[in-house]
Design a protein around this ligand. Sequence first.
Ligand SMILES: Nc1ncnc2c1ncn2[C@@H]1O[C@H](COP(=O)(O)OP(=O)(O)O)[C@@H](O)[C@H]1O
Ligand SMILES: [Mg+2]
Length: 264
Amino acid sequence: MSILSLQSLSLDYAEAGTRQKRRVLDGINLHIASDEFVIVIGRSGSGKTSLLNLAAGFTEPSEGRVSVDGKEIDGPGADRAVVFQDDALYPWLSAVGNVAFPLKLQGIARAERQSHAEELLAKVGLEGAGHKNIWELSGGMRQRVGIARALASGPRFLLLDEPLGALDALTRSRMQKFLLEVWAGSKTSALLITHSIDEALLLATRVIVLAPNPGRIVADVRTEFGKALLDGKSVKEIKMFAAFKSLHDELTALIHGDEEEIAA
Ligand SMILES: Nc1ncnc2c1ncn2[C@@H]1O[C@H](COP(=O)(O)OP(=O)(O)O)[C@@H](O)[C@H]1O
Ligand SMILES: [Mg+2]
């Protein structure tokens, strides 16, 4: 079992045009084990993307350390794959070509990478669609290709920054279940960022709430509604659970509670 650890992490950004620094994340402690689906939720500007960029190794913390199994990371690595909201697929490559691309970079032979990429496409529900051009795919299908591509290097952690944010409501809801199934069927743990409370509650085994100014963790709650979804309960049924409603209310208050005050 692998553990991705963010320890005593703080991040400062330089204020534009000044010599001053602004603290964007403060004292973050988060340990993610390989069987977890951790969702980070918080208002816009609370530092969610900054947190993911640190975990991915795209940026370095101002204080603290990021490690995988106790070893400090020194940048991006094949053990952590990242999926963004508007993930750019390579338009000159077919769907299968996109998924096989990271394998090509790893020096894997053509026939082998082709067959592995086909397997991954099947895993994300795109069996037989490998030959399609990127522009022939719907938004949901593109995100599936992006996720298959992220899985290609066999990462231990899948880091997703609002991956479903650009999809229409119906596709988004289908993709939520799909993501849950991919996670359940792989040995990859997930760290997903969203600002949808429903999405967090439906998918996560653990919900982390970030409060802004500076970004800090104000709640760390275990949830198990995803299990009900995987067991075939409908989203509608799950949302009627008393436990779902009360946790939804709690998270709403925590994330948006002082908004009226700000408006007043
Ligand atoms: N590269 C950067 N330089 C300076 N400030 C930044 C940079 N990236 C983000 N910020 C600021 O840091 C804060 C947190 O941003 P971000 O991590 O994108 O939050 P979120 O993803 O929760 O919306 C915001 O106030 C944002 O304006
Ligand atoms: Mg963001």
